[in-house]
Design a protein around this ligand. Structure first.
Ligand SMILES: [Zn+2]
Ligand SMILES: [Zn+2]
Length: 446
């Protein structure tokens, strides 16, 4: 009798799980055409970081329609003229854990070259007032669409979960100050502090239909650094009366290559990249100064500090060797806003969610990936010291045939941030919605 009871219970649980699975697949099948059109519309209308006004309003409207309690305009930046366009959407279903699911919303100053029928032709002014093309070259439109999909599945499956579901539309991920701006604007006093925080990011080298995960440290810390090499301007024909900052900047760029290759342990990953250099106005003028913008990526804080000190030392040393007077010494300044710590996937949370996803998506579709030197500010939602367990999953976004052709030819596919990057919408969004719904159900399921 007792054994029979246990057996009956097992049969019942298996039947409930199977019914839930069917319901989830049916819901996604039903929602997919409209989600794909949402994606195409978002893709054609990207907005730059700190300016996600229309995207945020669209997301807020979509979530409100599903019965979420939505708060708009969340986010406080250090620069007072930037508006916070963050969205918080809350749905409760009795007592249970609080789970936060975040999508970023911003696009990049990249002119789209994909030639797709739904390509972006948007142009806008960047922070420097320059006219730039705007493109969802990082796939945040895939993330927003997946979040709307998750909102639809979970609002229709409310009897399958309990607790407080918090969906977050985060602005300014590309400038890595959006998560911090939402926290600074009292995110965790407006909602119950989450027990778990989840997010997804598309991948430019993983097949659509697959999910990737990296337990522990997964993405590097990022620090933006401004360097100004100052000299003494002169006529281009009279270098002898100048201190040419262009030549000094060239020396500086070559000299800093040794920071990673000669000063850093090969066992400590680090990157120093000069992403921008501007100096001078025309052929025959030696300018007064040259501005460089660098990004530093590391996993360990002492490595980051040492690289910053090396940049300063090398810049000053080159100026000294070049005879630049002390009052024209170079400046090396690490940004206080465009900086984010390394992204850490809580190993226990990762293992739990990965097991749930493998069971339902198939183990061959859920693959472990090595850490990367890219960065994400999603980790900020976990608070300093990883107080709230966080997990960022990678969403395969590339058509299997394209991926196979690239592997065969050895020609790499366009990476994230490339003007040629394009995720394949249908299977990517389907998998994104399904995987994230399964993750939430694992944490909040009855
Ligand atoms: Zn990006
Ligand atoms: Zn991104």
């Amino acid at each position: 009798m007792r054994f029979c009871g246990v057996a009956c219970m097992c049969v019942l649980l298996v039947a409930v799980a199977a019914a839930q699975q069917d319901k989830l697949d049916d819901t996604i099948d039903h929602e997919l055409p409209s989600l794909v059109s949402t994606y195409l519309a978002l893709h054609a209308a990207p907005e730059l970081s700190h300016r996600e006004e229309k995207t945020a309003a669209f997301l807020a409207g979509a979530l409100r329609k599903l019965g979420f309690e939505v708060t708009e305009h969340v986010g406080k930046y250090e620069k007072p003229d930037w508006q916070g366009h963050g969205i918080i959407a809350v749905m409760k279903s009795g007592n249970g854990p609080t789970v936060l699911v975040r999508s970023d919303m911003d696009a990049l100053p990249v002119e789209e070259q994909t030639g797709l029928p739904y390509a972006s032709h948007v142009r806008a002014k960047n922070d420097a007032g320059q006219d730039v093309g705007v493109m969802h070259a990082c796939g945040h439109d895939i993330h927003i669409t997946s979040l709307i999909g998750v909102a639809r599945t979970l609002s229709q499956m409310k009897d399958s979960w309990h607790g407080t579901l918090v969906l977050v539309g985060q602005p300014a991920e590309e400038t890595i100050d959006g998560a911090r701006a939402m926290l600074a604007d009292g995110l965790y006093s407006r909602i119950p502090r989450p027990d778990y925080a989840l997010a997804l990011h598309d991948s430019a080298d993983l097949e659509a239909g697959k999910i990737g995960y990296t337990p522990g440290y997964a993405m590097a810390s990022a620090t933006a650094v401004d360097v100004i090499i100052r000299g003494r301007g002169a006529h281009g024909s009279q270098p002898e009366v100048s201190k040419d900052p262009i030549v000094l900047a060239a020396e500086f760029i070559m000299a800093i290559q040794t920071i990673v290759s000669r000063e850093n342990s090969p066992l400590d990953p680090a990157v120093v990249t000069v992403g921008s250099i501007h100096g001078g106005t025309r052929y025959n003028i030696i300018p007064d100064d040259v501005h460089l913008q660098l990004t530093i990526r590391t996993y360990k804080e002492p490595v980051r500090q040492r690289i910053l000190a090396s940049l300063d030392r090398i810049a000053k040393g080159i100026a000294l060797a070049g005879g630049v007077p002390e009052d024209r010494a170079p400046t090396v300044e690490a940004s206080k806003t465009e900086v984010t710590p390394a992204m850490y996937n809580d190993p226990a949370l990762t293992a739990r969610v990965v097991a749930a996803m493998s069971k339902r998506l198939g183990a061959e579709k859920v693959v472990e990936l090595p850490p990367v030197m890219g960065s994400e500010d999603f980790g900020a939602f976990g608070l300093e010291g990883h107080k709230i367990p966080t997990f960022l999953l990678r969403l395969g976004a590339i058509d299997a045939d394209r991926l196979a052709a690239s592997q065969k030819s050895g020609v790499p596919l366009p990476s994230l941030h490339s003007s040629l990057f394009w995720p394949v919408p249908e299977p990517t969004i389907r998998t994104g919605v399904k995987a994230m719904t399964l993750a939430v159900l694992e944490l909040m399921g009855k």
